[in-house]
Design a protein around this ligand. Structure first.
Ligand SMILES: NC(=O)c1ccc[n+]([C@@H]2O[C@H](COP(=O)([O-])OP(=O)(O)OC[C@H]3O[C@@H](n4cnc5c(N)ncnc54)[C@H](OP(=O)(O)O)[C@@H]3O)[C@@H](O)[C@H]2O)c1
Length: 303
């Protein structure tokens, strides 16, 4: 989802010399393959949008995979970029790097000040290692390696596979299928009370473009909208947009995750980047994309 959005943004801005590979063409867990790729292509900039990504269930069930594969992918890319003197490296992490009970909104300064949320700590620890590796390269060698931490993302090319998807695309699919099934009730995980922030992936792509086109003065920037809503309100918003008229049943035996996760985006906002798409507009266009691509949606298996 993120890689293709950045690709679209770069193309629209007129960049032509862009190289992208699928995991089948270039397995970033393989150090030699990464070295060979960088030797041949000699990139000026590397944007790391590759990761083993998944929702609470996938993270919880596959701790080693989420820790190790993400470390392998990012270590291979960061170290190769460093050794081959790539001019700029943009590392994408996630808001789950911040402590579970950190004050809200989350500032970059809260990194490593308390314990992580246990359901995705494996993934978060890998991402923290990536942020610190880029910070260390900046500190020791003065290189332009920067980390962007997006909040929850959604949009075109999202993962709608219910076993591995995040909350927003999972809800779109569940409400759509329930609507098709005579407006059957929709079961949703947790209590509905946690608060979350959602950023359209095209807005994130503009933030990446912003980082491509200037040297950012610090090593870490949050990327979000600055507003959040409860999961319950999110569900009702999606239900409305999809046109489902049945009941919503909340399964409070399932984990809620962190109670609130709102980013303080002032550092990047102060430099001039702001999210533009509203949540309603974003969900409408994502639902349209889902309807147009139902037969070719990706299936995301973990093992
Ligand atoms: N989705 C979110 O809500 C969210 C929020 C915050 C941050 N992020 C960050 O954004 C980045 C991208 O996430 P996404 O949502 O775009 O996930 P995605 O759609 O699942 O994309 C992940 C990408 O990583 C590639 N990949 C995975 N393993 C690889 C490997 N071993 N070698 C080469 N490529 C590999 C996949 O390639 P193939 O498809 O070819 O296998 C895919 O293109 C991640 O760093 C994630 O932490 C995402």
């Amino acid at each position: 989802m993120v890689g293709s959005a950045i690709w679209r943004a770069l193309k629209t801005k007129g960049y032509t010399n862009i190289i992208g590979k699928t995991s089948a063409e270039l397995d970033l867990r393989n150090q030699q393959a990464v070295t060979d790729f960088v030797t041949i292509t000699k990139p000026d900039i590397i944007i790391d949008a590759a990761a083993r990504v998944g929702g609470i269930l996938a993270n919880n069930d596959n701790p080693y995979l989420f820790l190790m594969e993400n470390l392998q992918i990012q270590n291979n890319l960061i170290d190769t970029a460093h050794k081959f003197n790539v001019k700029k490296f943009i590392f994408l992490g996630s808001s789950c790097i911040y402590p579970k009970l950190a004050p809200q909104p989350l500032k970059e300064a809260y990194l490593l000040t308390d314990s992580l949320e246990s359901t995705n700590e494996w993934y978060a620890i890998a991402k923290i290692a990536g942020v610190k590796a880029c910070e260390a390269i900046r500190k020791q060698y003065g290189k332009d390696f920067v980390s962007l931490m997006p909040t929850n993302l959604y949009g075109q090319n999202d993962n709608f596979d219910l076993k591995t998807s995040h909350v927003l695309p999972a809800m779109i699919r569940k409400f759509h299928e329930a609507k098709q099934n005579e407006h059957a009730p929709v079961d949703l995980w947790g209590s509905g009370s946690p608060m979350r922030e959602f950023l359209h992936v095209d807005d994130l792509a503009q933030a990446v473009l912003f980082a491509v086109e200037r040297v950012l003065p610090e090593f870490l920037y949050n990327v979000g909208t600055g507003t959040d809503l409860t999961i319950k309100v999110l569900a009702e918003t999606i239900q409305n947009i999809v046109g489902h008229e049945g009941e919503i049943e909340w399964d409070s035996s399932k984990p809620d995750g962190t109670p609130r996760k709102l980013m303080d985006n002032s550092k990047l906002n102060d430099l001039g980047w702001h999210a533009k798409l509203s949540l309603i507009e974003g969900i409408k266009s994502t639902y349209e994309w889902f309807l147009e691509n139902q037969t070719t949606l990706k299936q995301v298996k973990i093992n």
